[in-house]
Design a protein around this ligand. Sequence first.
Ligand SMILES: O=C(O)c1cccc(C(=O)CC[C@H]2O[C@@H](n3cnc4c(=O)[nH]cnc43)[C@H](O)[C@@H]2O)c1
Ligand SMILES: [Zn+2]
Length: 353
Amino acid sequence: MTERLVDPAVPRDLHAFIAGLPKAELHVHHVGSASPRIVSELAARHPDSKVPTDPEALVDYFQFTDFAHFIDVYLSVVDLIRTPEDVRLLTYEVARDMARQQVRYAELTITPYSSTRRGIDEGAFMDAIEDARKAAEAEFGTVLRWCFDIPGEAGLEAAEETTRLATDDRVRPEGLVSFGLGGPEIGVGRPQFKPYFDRAIAAGLHSVPHAGETTGPQTVWDALTELRAERIGHGTSSAQDPKLLAHLAERRIPLEVCPTSNIATRAVRTLDEHPIKEFTRAGVLVTVNSDDPPMFGTDLNNEYAVAARLLDLDERGLADLAKNAVEASFLDVPGKARIRDEIDTYTAAWLAS
Ligand SMILES: O=C(O)c1cccc(C(=O)CC[C@H]2O[C@@H](n3cnc4c(=O)[nH]cnc43)[C@H](O)[C@@H]2O)c1
Ligand SMILES: [Zn+2]
């Protein structure tokens, strides 16, 4: 963790506890996880790009005026990933960064349409992510699984292509577990994607669309009723609808909360105004995630520190938060038990020391 990410309102020993806590991450984007070093290396390889090659300059480049600006910048980084080797390098380095934070398991959201549309061969793309996944598990012990998301604003052609890549047995990768919907929400209604989610679900994938990040609670209802969402990406505006909160709590539908992301994209004004506390008060299963960590100047450890402050958590509370992510994950039963045991053993040893 860099000094920049040490929240002075959180005791240093709690930061140290978080740094060693075994964790799972459920909402993190592939390209959005590229470290400044990788982005600058790729930008240097492709001098026609407007992305800065200097990691210091990237800090300014990653300041967003609103969500639409964030997506513009995001796509400029997507444009840097041009070969299967770029894809493999990115995926492997993302796993290395996760392992450094004691992330044992992550469901990484990948947008294959953005890469195949830019000319990367689909078979080579799948081989690259699978090769990196296997290497990461063998070398770092971090288990990666994939969520393929439709970039909703790119329309139904993107939805069709993403669904094909996710459901065709000759193409879909072994590590794929879920199907998502990302990008801007305004003007991109969820119901139009129902037939694509129906096909993905029929092919055995879990439904995890973004909803309620930049639009109101009706988008979350639509994700639940039309797309049969099993978890909600962000779900921030659910706080505006007590019936929705009660529904999420009763059905144990987890929210993938990404506090710093919501501030960086200006979806929420300040951290103190973030509704995470309202979610936990209503009994909703809350998980904490980093979304696009280097772009938002954060990492998963920092998101846990933010949650500790906003929810007034001590070590046991943080361990419970980490276990929420395990429970909400699509890991199998023995896989969940293994990480839960690790969390308990770590926490007990820490509290006894
Ligand atoms: O790739 C294209 O050609 C393309 C064309 C039109 C629109 C798009 C997108 O909208 C891509 C959006 C992209 O953003 C990813 N992402 C990353 N973080 C977030 C987030 O916090 N909320 C929503 N989306 C996010 C998402 O995975 C899409 O890949 C692309
Ligand atoms: Zn996201």
